[in-house]
Design a protein around this ligand. Sequence first.
Ligand code: GH3
Ligand code: MG
Ligand code: MG
Length: 315
Amino acid sequence: MKVLITDDEITTRLTLRGLLSQHDCEIVEAASGLEALDVIQSDSPPNLIFMDWNMPDLSGVEVTTLLRETLSEDQPYVIIVSSYNADEQILEALSYGADDYITKPVDGNFLNAKFAVAKRIIDTQEKLKQSNEVLQKLAYYDELTGVLNRRAGNASFMVELERCVRNDQNLSVTMVDIDYFKNVNDTYGHQTGDIVLKEFANILRKTIRPYDIVCRYGGEEFLLIAEVNSCHEAQQLFERVRLAVNALEIKDGPLSLKITASFGVYVVTPSIQLSFDDMVKYADEALYQAKGEGRNRVIVKSALNDGDAPLQEAY
Ligand code: GH3
Ligand code: MG
Ligand code: MG
């Protein structure tokens, strides 16, 4: 925890530093309100501030008001330290956004008690922030593979679709499915299956272009969303991905596994009427055909000219 002591009088700073030295915290000092603002706005801001009220440039309550107005999150805990000891003055400081108040001359027992309260609140806030980050990650990303989950894939599709409509660019939606994946689980166990899924997601992510989208649609099915100029370009792109999957050697201890995957690609000239579910349905049909024709292949379908019915391009 980082603590900022702000006071224009060096004796007060020394007293506070002395009293706080028994606690496990990093202490920095500022000799004015402006100096305090510099520390607050730096790359490593304080979690807790002991702030003098009266200072020559900016007063402690002015600094507190400013930071409550400007900093959106990660607000420091502010304790105003002042010789003003009337109830109205204490209430006034709290009304400006201070969290607590302590009168001068500072009493060590009081300071320790208030420090403990501040630490408890700061620690709780930090834990809350961390769990919010985890929750946010879980809301968008697949836990096992780290790629987008289906919901986020759907949202990304809408963004991508709008961009393609604006730029008059064709769009491909591809359903990829690992071939005979059930055999991996049945032969080597679910944990090895999970390793295969992770490695498979990694190779997809690495092989397609950085601005294309990978999402785990479910089980061992992944969805790729990519801008393409033509069916021919889509075929080339996913052939490259297919060959990278073929070349992959997945290690699990002494075990070394090879896998293949089938790709069902659907290419369209986007229009705003196009739904995610329809695109997935057509990509699924292409995938079904790839499986039927022997797996480990890329089937591209398209309705590039118009109409809903997917037409298979000749290759
Ligand atoms: P095909 O070539 O026709 O796609 O055959 P397949 O065996 O890959 O397909 P099938 O749909 O029969 O089996 C998919 C398997 O994927 C069954 C399911 O238990 C497994 N699976 C789904 N999600 C997970 C997961 O998160 N981890 C592991 N280890 N297995 C999973
Ligand atoms: Mg002063
Ligand atoms: Mg499969």
